[in-house]
Write a protein that binds this ligand. Structure first.
Ligand code: SAM
Length: 287
C-alpha cells in the first residue's frame, strides 16, 4: 500500500499532477481530508473479518485503505479511469483483498456476481441519492450501509412525516433500514470544498421486515406514486396510479375503506399509515 497522506490537499494535488490527472467536477470529486471523519465512517460500518464490503467512489483510496485492513474483501467501484489506474497499479497493487470495479457504479453494482455484506462510500454529490435508491429498489440490502452525502440529502433520508424533508425517498430508505444522521462534516473538511456541509448517514438493516416480501415491489411503486406530485392530494395521485384498472367509484370506495377523505397529502402519512393504505390497494389488485 502506498503512503499517500490523504489528509493533505497539497499531497493529493501533487500526486494528481505527477500522474497527469485532473479532477473532474462532473464526477463529484471531493476528497475527504479529515482523518477522524474517515475513521468514523469505517468504524460505523462495524466491519468483521468475514465481511465483503462494496465501496462506491474510492477516489484515491482514502477510505479504502482503512477498510482493506479489516474486511475479507473490498470491491471498489470507480468511474474515473485515471483514479482506477492509480488504485490498481500504485495504491493497492499488492493488496489481495482489494478488487477494483471500473465504470459507472449505477451499472457495475448490479453486474458483478458478488453479494456485499456491507456498503460504504463518500458518495459523489450528483448521483449519491440515485445510487442509494437503486440499491434498495434492486433489493441489494446488506447488513449495514454508511455513506457521506450532502447534509440536506441525509435529512431527507431520516425525515418523518409532516416534515418538509419527508419524501418518497425517506420511505424508501426507511423501508429496510433504521436510518440515522450520525455526524455532520463541515464543507472545509473536503478538497475542494463543496458549497454545503455533508453528513454521515448510518443505515442499519431492520431485524424484522416492515413490508412483506410479496408486496415489496408494489409498495415501492405505490410510494413513488403517492408522492409523485407533492401539491396534489392523495386521491389525485392515486387516480393516476390506478388508472385504468379502477373506476372513480372504486377508488373512492378504497379511500373510504382506509378511513380517509382523499384530500390528505402523502407527506401527512407515517410509514405505517402508508403501508396500511398500500395494503388495501394491493389486496384489491390481487383479487
Ligand atoms: N472516497 C474518496 C474520498 O472520500 O476522498 C473520493 C470521494 S468523491 C466525493 C466521489 C468519488 O466517486 C470520486 O472518486 C468519483 O470519481 C467517483 N464517482 C463519481 N460518479 C461515479 C459513478 N457513477 N460510479 C462510480 N464512481 C463514481
Amino acid at each position: 500500500m502506498w503512503n499517500l497522506n490523504y489528509s493533505s490537499a497539497s499531497e493529493i494535488k501533487k500526486i494528481l499532477e505527477e500522474n497527469s490527472l485532473a479532477m473532474s467536477k462532473k464526477f463529484g470529486q471531493n476528497f475527504l481530508l479529515s482523518e477522524s471523519a474517515r475513521e468514523f465512517i469505517v468504524s460505523s460500518l462495524e466491519i468483521e473479518s468475514t465481511d465483503t464490503v462494496f465501496e462506491i467512489g474510492p477516489g484515491l483510496g482514502a477510505i479504502t485503505a482503512l477498510m482493506i485492513k479489516k474486511a475479507k474483501d473490498v470491491y471498489s467501484f470507480e468511474i474515473d479511469n485515471g483514479f482506477c489506474s492509480l488504485l490498481k497499479n500504485k495504491a493497492f497493487r499488492d493488496e489481495e483483498n482489494f478488487h477494483l470495479v471500473p465504470g459507472d457504479a449505477l451499472k457495475t453494482l448490479f453486474s458483478i456476481n458478488v453479494k456485499p455484506s456491507l456498503i460504504a462510500g463518500n458518495l459523489p454529490y450528483n448521483v449519491g441519492s440515485i445510487i442509494i435508491a437503486r440499491l434498495i429498489e434492486n433489493d441489494v440490502t446488506p447488513r449495514r450501509m454508511v455513506f457521506t452525502l450532502q447534509k440536506e440529502v441525509v435529512e431527507r433520508m431520516v425525515a418523518k412525516n409532516k416534515s418538509s424533508s419527508y419524501s418518497s425517498f425517506s420511505i424508501l430508505c426507511q423501508m429496510d433500514y433504521e436510518v440515522s444522521l450520525e455526524k455532520v462534516i463541515k464543507s472545509t473538511s473536503f478538497y475542494p470544498s463543496p458549497n454545503v456541509d455533508s453528513a454521515v448517514v448510518v443505515m442499519k438493516k431492520r431485524e424484522k421486515v416492515l413490508v412483506p416480501p410479496f408486496m415489496r415491489s408494489f409498495f415501492i411503486s405505490f410510494n413513488r406514486a403517492v408522492f409523485l406530485q407533492r401539491r396534489k392530494n392523495i386521491k389525485n395521485n392515486l387516480r393516476t396510479f390506478c388508472s385504468p384498472d379502477f373506476t372513480k367509484e372504486e377508488l373512492d370506495e378504497l379511500i373510504k375503506k382506509a378511513g380517509l377523505t382523499g384530500s390528505e397529502r402523502a407527506e401527512d402519512f407515517s410509514f405505517d399509515e402508508l403501508l396500511s393504505l398500500a395494503s388495501i390497494f394491493f389486496s384489491r389488485l390481487e383479487k
